[in-house]
Design a protein around this ligand. Structure first.
Ligand code: FA5
Length: 343
């Protein structure tokens, strides 16, 4: 039995169709139609067993030739098609390998942290170590040992947050750290700064937060005088604000220092002429300070007849506000990137 199939005709027709193929979906359809199990060539080769011996040889040879020709043409077309598709995708712009990379946003230090680090560096140069003290304190350390007994009026301006444990509170200032460091180091001389977070129960305004940083300073030793206090803090102000800046000390009152003072620097916005930042006074207040009160020295373990010392406390956020003319302290913790990325 002979099968009526014209391999020449099939080769001609299918190969012409293949030349026109430019996408892989059409190519796959072509493969199934012309090389799949029910395609004319493959189906015809499947009938070989039904042929006589003489017919089988010639038919088989010609059929396999045709199949091979189709397979080779398919391979060539597959390569051509995938190249053509890549070229098309690139031209459509889905990937431009020559485009410059996108710059990654880099983080930076918070403005308050930047000021804190400058303060640390300046005091480190003068031989002050950093002493870390706890945020959660007892009433005794925050007030009592600092010469502020119960019912002392000074407690009103340093009201705080209370925990459910009696007498355990959030510290209102870094000053209780003075007692911790003195008790730890006594009778050695001390030169430390104590940075950290403080908490106050007060109205939030453009100048006041309920949570803010302070940097405390403490020097204890023999023969320390008010001149050391003034010299150290003036050197600090010159390093932070510039050597031309003038300073002044105004007497004040803190229960834990005697005598006590506030330190001002000449307004660097108007050079002391008077402007809205310094409220026309020509001076900016930057810290409270004084000679450590004898009672506090004693509470720290030092004999006030033998030892003396000075202490100071500043608010680095208020200093940052002055340096960058920031009008509202609430920006510091508002997490607004438009504010933060200016520093
Ligand atoms: C004190 O807290 C004293 N312990 C400072 C001191 C230490 C005096 C050692 C003498 C010896 P005062 O309450 O003024 O003082 O606070 C010090 C600084 O903390 C202020 O100058 C201010 O910069 C900052 N500060 C105070 N309250 C706030 C607040 N609510 N928000 C932001 N900063 C504040």
């Amino acid at each position: 039995m002979t099968i009526a199939i014209d391999f020449d005709q099939i080769e001609r027709d299918t190969l012409t169709a293949l030349t026109a193929t430019t996408d892989s979906a059409t190519l796959q359809k072509w493969r199934i139609a012309n090389l799949g199990r029910s395609s004319p060539v493959v189906a015809a080769l499947g009938t070989l067993g039904t042929l006589s011996k003489e017919e089988r040889r010639a038919f088989g040879q010609r059929g396999n030739q045709a199949k091979q020709a189709l397979e080779q043409a398919f391979e060539a077309a597959a390569q051509r098609t995938s190249q053509a598709e890549l070229t098309r995708d690139l031209a459509a712009g889905s990937l431009d390998v020559t485009a410059p990379g996108r710059r990654r946003g880099r983080g930076r230090l918070h403005p308050a942290t930047q000021t804190l680090r400058r303060i640390y560096a300046i005091f480190a140069e003068m031989g002050f170590q950093i002493y870390r003290s706890r945020d959660v304190e007892t009433d005794e350390f925050n007030f009592g040992l600092l010469n502020i007994p119960p019912h002392h009026p000074a407690r009103d301006m340093w009201d705080t947050f209370y925990t459910t444990t009696p007498n355990v509170i959030l510290r209102t200032h870094t000053s209780p750290g003075q007692i911790h460091v003195m008790r730890e180091r006594c009778p050695e001389p001390i030169r430390v700064i104590l940075p950290g977070m403080c908490y106050r129960y007060e109205q939030i305004t453009a100048r006041s937060e309920i949570q803010f940083y302070q940097v405390e300073g403490l020097a204890v030793g023999r023969h320390i005088t008010m001149a050391d206090l003034k010299g150290t803090l003036t050197a600090f102000a010159h390093a932070l604000f510039g050597p031309q800046v003038r300073t002044r000390f105004r007497s004040d009152h803190f229960p834990f220092t005697e005598p006590s003072a506030e330190m001002d620097v000449e307004c660097f916005v108007c050079d002391g002429k008077g402007c809205p930042v310094c409220k026309q006074s020509g001076w900016l207040e930057i810290l409270g300070c004084g000679m450590v009160h004898p009672v506090v020295l004693e509470n720290g373990g030092y004999d006030p007849r033998e030892f003396s010392g000075f202490a100071f406390g500043m608010g680095p956020q208020r200093i940052t506000m002055l340096m960058h003319k920031i009008e509202d302290i609430r920006y510091f913790f508002a997490n607004d990137v438009r504010f933060l990325e200016q520093f």
